[in-house]
Design a protein around this ligand. Structure first.
Ligand code: ADP
Ligand code: F6P
Length: 323
């Protein structure tokens, strides 16, 4: 393996830059030439890439986002798009690819791998829903950002005896909401994996006030049916009967744009270095994820199309701790 391309794809995650840096410097150490592809699969299809040296990735480890850019690229879901990408790589003599991204991105990587290109993935998404990795790049930083917001909201909620709901990201997964709920001391957690009706939340909040709590805090996942907007509508529509309103804060992309913490910088560095070594040593068709404290390859067929289940014992624990 002499010429390697690296791209970041899907939702960006704090730590992606640390991963790019590790790919470039580990690859150079193996005597490879490294190309950085702009905007994920869009750059592969449009042949938009640049050679990266050690200095090009200096000063980025502490920056959120991705210096290469990221994108959702519907064209790559077509065989024609992927053939175009392969042709562009072939023209440049690139014989291996590293894909830093989440579920969709790794599905795309596997499709390319099936067409004969050696590809290795790096598990990166703030949603932490990728099979083959206990934790993914960006989760820890996103969680800390959510917690900072929750801690602040609890202060004002207590002063005014108000109820608050904080909506955190998670398109299909309640991981961020559940962990933020436990670590932030929420009265209830609403996630796609275990929906709670607004009527039940009303009871939970009332009971919390009856037990002497000064605040009522709900953490809700963006992907829940009863998301922040729905809860706001319900509590507003019934405010006279309920006796209080629910203030809703939607954190949205604020969570994704943070400065990567130590955990994510180190996780990204270790996963990406392992991915580069794996590719350079001739293995491919695998996702490098963090399993039991070790950067570990898992073959794509074992992870693609799978959704990592949430530990529902923790959902029960959140309830116990909310008393
Ligand atoms: P994430 O990787 O963060 O889950 P997406 O699901 O949006 O983000 O996927 C990112 C990109 O990966 C998509 O825009 C598309 O280019 C590519 N991709 C997703 N699913 C597939 C698929 N089934 N086949 C080929 N490419 C895909
Ligand atoms: O997959 C990561 C994620 O942040 C999800 O939690 C969220 O639903 C989605 O990306 C948002 O995507 P976009 O940035 O394209 O709006």
């Amino acid at each position: 393996m002499k010429r390697i391309a690296v791209l970041t794809s899907g939702g960006d995650a704090p730590g992606m830059n640390a991963a790019i840096r590790a790919v470039v410097r580990t690859g150079l150490d193996y005597g490879c030439t490294i190309f950085g592809v702009h905007d994920g699969y869009r750059g592969l299809i449009d042949d938009d890439m640049q050679e990266l040296g050690a200095r090009d990735v200096g000063g980025i480890i502490q920056q959120g986002g991705t210096m290469l850019g990221s994108a959702r690229c519907p064209q790559f879901k077509t065989e024609e798009g992927r053939r175009q990408a392969l042709a562009n790589l072939g023209k440049r003599g690139i014989d291996g690819l590293i894909v830093i991204g989440g579920n969709g991105s790794q599905t795309g990587a596997y499709e390319l791998n099936k067409l004969g290109l050696p590809v290795v993935g790096v598990a990166s998404t703030i949603d932490n829903d990728l099979a083959g990795s206990d934790i993914t790049i960006g989760v820890d930083t996103a969680l800390n950002i959510a917690l900072e917001a929750i801690d602040r909201l609890k202060v004002t909620a207590s002063s005014h005896r108000r109820a608050f709901a904080v909506e955190v990201m998670g398109r299909d997964s309640g991981y961020l909401a559940l962990m933020a709920g436990i670590a932030g001391g929420a009265e209830a957690v609403v996630i796609p994996e275990a929906e709670i009706a607004p009527e039940r939340l009303e009871t939970i909040l009332n009971e919390a006030y009856d037990r002497g709590k000064k605040h009522g805090l709900i953490v809700v996942a963006e992907g829940a049916k009863n998301n922040g907007e729905k809860l706001k509508e319900y509590f507003h529509a019934h405010k006279d009967r309920i006796g209080f309103e629910l203030r809703v804060t939607i954190l949205g992309h604020v969570q994704r744009g943070g400065t990567p913490g130590a955990f994510d910088r180190l996780l990204a560095t270790r996963l990406a270095a392992k991915a580069t070594r794996t590719l350079c040593e001739g293995q491919s068709g695998v996702l490098i994820g963090w399993l039991k404290g070790v950067a570990t390859p898992t073959p794509y067929p074992e992870i693609v199309g799978k959704h990592k289940p949430l530990d529902m014992d923790l959902f029960q624990l959140a309830d116990v701790l909310a008393q």
